[in-house]
Design a protein around this ligand. Sequence first.
Ligand code: 3NM
Length: 220
Amino acid sequence: MINQRQMKEYLRLYLVLGSVNCKTDPASVVEEAIRGGVTMVQFREKGRHALKGEAKKELAIRIHSVCRRFKVPLIINDDVDLLLEIDAEGIHIGQEDEPAHEVRARIGDKILGLSVHTPREAELTAAQQVDYLGVGPIYPTTSKEDARQPRGPEMLREIRSIGTPLPMVGIGGISAERAADVIRAGADGLAVISAITGAEDICQATRKLAEAIPVIDRHN
Ligand code: 3NM
């Protein structure tokens, strides 16, 4: 499994996207965002107008080739078969998806991320061979149809205070203005959709987010 220091570096500025979120070609959005400072990418092809089958796979391959060129890991949302087919670097699953230990058994040493929405859910992952937690929604979001109630950066603080050792990334409504609060509450990084995909200038918006992330030494 990936070591935690490397995992935290990858989580620093994590772009999540699918074709539904993009105004232009998602692979170009990924390239611009990487140029602006994105450290990991998640392909999340969800929603009513999401691509399926071969079209989905083709887009995943194009995004992966951009990521490879820049040595940025690509995580696939909730599709282990696609991950294995294109040999991406990891998978992200939610609470309702296949259990983490079953996914781990299928993916070997690849990166495994899990969404949690409460401190209790975070607590339950302790023994699950998960590499990182996605914690959200921190703020209100319009990018996820079934998003829960936002709980503010306080939820990150609560999860840290119960002793969760896992690297974690905050998600949901995060903007450059909110970046410092999310990191100071205990997140190792920011995961965003619209703050990057909704921008007129993808590279510049990403740079602004990257610059807003404070450097904090947590002694680990
Ligand atoms: N997961 P934006 S919130 C994909 O709470 C996702 O687990 C969430 O998009 C969770 O940055 C969310 O545009 C959407 O708010 C994040």
